[in-house]
Design a protein around this ligand. Structure first.
Ligand code: UDP
Length: 327
């Protein structure tokens, strides 16, 4: 039987590269696409030798075409950390809006099923906790996070419109904070920030008083959830994340213990519109996909710490957030 063909955008990024691995493992033909602004080819270079893998260096905000049949499209191209979308706000808006539109058009022309990576950011600074899919959110459209949050909200809207009006097969996953190997050490997110600081012997920069909460999902669990959602017949948005909620202060203390650093947490100002609480309600994922996370924080953090520790020292010492135009 011919291999199923899947296009993965953002393929050189953290989640995209893990998706490439998973679909290669399932014997798909994987067409990977990335413009390498925040992605890194090292995440997928082990796949280039395979005959069922190909790579396009392309910006999906511009017209997208790939030859041949497509069964599935996974749209995972987007900056995804607050530092990234503050630095490249217009690209962030474009990849979520124009990029999604281009890919929906491609999906339609190929009769492919399309899954989009949405985010818990669509809930903004939520006033209900945990967040069920029915919650409409509390987003500031003109704040610093607005470029990401509103792009993702538009992405959901246009995807649902293609589903409703064109009958396109679509899936929408709302991804909560996820971590694991291949995260960028300098992407500004709390986990790589704390681990990088511990490795360099610096204080851990806690924003605010550290009472804000997050819930961290290990990447393998997330990928399994995506795989199951793609193959389900559920077209409404679905939360995938780990409901084990923790304050950022407690999280910092866990990282101090894990790394054995003699450094302490220091408090820096809380960024504008930083959500005070975040935890997924995963009732739907459990009921519809039979999915729930399996990897606890202790185990997942250990694997991730080993990964960061194994990076070249030059990279560990490199604190600058510069990445774009590097190609
Ligand atoms: N944070 C922190 N120190 C850092 C980076 C982030 O205390 O060096 C906090 C941030 O204010 C937020 C939480 O950690 O409350 C998670 O931030 P992250 O950027 O990882 O992702 P977010 O969930 O806010 O998108």
């Amino acid at each position: 039987m011919a291999r199923k063909r899947i296009l993965i955008t953002g393929a050189a990024g953290f989640l995209g590269s893990h998706l490439c691995d998973r679909f290669i493992k399932e014997d798909y033909h994987v067409i990977a696409m990335d413009n390498l602004i925040t992605g890194d080819l090292r995440n997928i270079e082990h796949l280039f030798k395979l005959e069922n893998f190909e790579f396009y260096n392309h910006d999906v905000s511009k017209f997208v075409y790939v030859p041949g049949d497509l069964d599935f499209i996974l749209h995972f191209a987007s900056p995804a950390s607050p530092i990234d979308y503050l630095k490249i706000p217009i690209q962030t808006l474009k990849v979520g809006s124009l990029g999604t539109h281009n890919l929906l058009g491609l999906a339609r022309s190929k009769n492919a099923r399309m899954l989009i990576a949405s985010t818990s950011e669509v809930y903004g600074d939520p006033s209900v906790n945990p967040q069920p899919e029915e919650y409409w959110g509390n987003v500031n459209p003109v704040g610093p996070r607005g470029v990401y949050d509103e792009a993702k909200r538009f992405q959901e809207a246009i995807t649902m419109a293609y589903h409703t009006f064109h009958g396109l097969e679509t899936r929408i996953i709302r991804i909560f904070n996820t971590y694991g190997p291949r995260m960028r050490l300098n992407d500004g997110r709390v986990l790589p920030a704390f681990i990088g600081q511990a490795l360099r012997g610096e204080s851990l920069t806690m924003f605010g008083d550290g009472s804000q909460t997050r819930s961290f999902c290990y990447v393998d669990d997330l990928i399994e959830g995506i795989y199951r959602l793609l193959h389900s017949d559920y077209a409404q948005p679905m939360n995938i994340g780990n409901p084990d909620e923790i304050t950022i202060r407690q999280f910092g203390e866990e990282i101090i213990k894990l790394t054995g650093t003699d450094q302490k947490l220091i408090s820096l100002p809380l960024p504008t519109d930083d959500p005070k609480q975040r935890r997924p309600d995963i009732t739907k994922a459990k009921a519809i996909l039979g999915w729930e996370p399996k990897v606890g924080r202790a185990e997942g953090l250990k694997i991730t710490y080993e990964y960061f520790k194994s990076l070249p020292d030059k990279e560990i010492q490199h604190k600058d957030f510069t990445y774009y135009n590097k190609n």
